[in-house]
Design a protein around this ligand. Structure first.
Ligand SMILES: [Zn+2]
Length: 245
């Protein structure tokens, strides 16, 4: 791909940066990213990656927009209610950046979708089974993997560079065998901008990985929005991990 005059205008704030520039912008244009879940995390991730010029975005979500989503899912408007999220998202993202190629899957994530051709998968789901399925496929196909979750005032993010190393995965940190946490956003609630903060961090991490600046494999970032504090936790690979052990 060769950048044209419009690209230089659109991405001028990237062009100004020595560690992105035209070369970095072309890397982003070549990248294929799958976003699983188009809720509170997936909305800012999709908006920032489309705005940044990530060339191929695949969107996966089987839900329709509901009124209770609008408190935090910033891609949607009231007139989108009862319409599939992937359709509303595709419309909004193409209006933002028509150069981005978008593929939509109006269904929950499956092994068949995850077997597609992607450089990086962003986990924006709210269920443990989907998260572990994504982890397993990213590990198997040696992809970049960025996962986040939020509840109440708190958010967390962890990313894995399976292109570089296959030691330590999400399953080492959160065992798939352990029972599903009782609480989720629908039962316990969540502060909208916490999802914005974690989603923006997922988009930043994705861009960093695609440009080749990521070195924190498996390190977890936690944000307590009520206390206004960040915490960084390191993790160790588990020898008995059913995915990477
Ligand atoms: Zn593991």
């Amino acid at each position: 791909m060769t950048l044209n005059h419009n690209d230089f205008m659109r991405y001028s704030r990237h062009m100004l940066m020595a560690d992105i520039g035209a070369e970095g912008q072309e890397k982003l244009a070549q990248a294929k990213v799958l976003i699983v879940g188009l809720g509170g995390l997936g909305c800012p991730v999709a908006l920032y990656l489309a705005a940044a010029g990530v060339g191929h975005l695949s969107l996966c979500d089987g839900d329709v927009v509901e009124l209770s989503n609008l408190q935090r899912q910033i891609l949607y408007r009231e007139s989108d209610c009862e319409t599939l999220k992937v359709l509303c998202a595709e419309r909004a993202l193409q209006a933002l950046n028509p150069n981005v190629q978008i593929t939509s899957y109006a269904e929950p994530v499956t092994a068949a979708i995850l077997a597609g051709d992607f450089d990086l998968v962003v986990d924006c789901t709210d269920n443990s089974a989907a998260r572990h399925l994504i982890n397993q496929h990213c590990w198997q196909h040696q992809r970049y993997f960025v996962s986040a979750a939020a509840l109440g005032w708190e958010g967390q993010l962890v990313a894995f560079d399976f292109k570089r190393t296959r030691e330590l995965c999400l399953n080492c940190i959160m065992d798939a065998e352990s029972p599903e946490p009782m609480m989720n956003c629908a039962s316990a609630g969540v502060v909208g901008p916490i999802l914005g903060a974690m989603g923006s961090l997922q988009a930043t991490t994705a861009i960093r990985m695609l440009l080749g600046y990521f070195a924190q494999h498996g390190e977890m970032q936690r944000y307590d929005g009520k206390a206004g504090r960040w915490l960084t936790l390191s993790a160790r690979a588990r020898a008995d991990c059913s995915v990477c052990g």
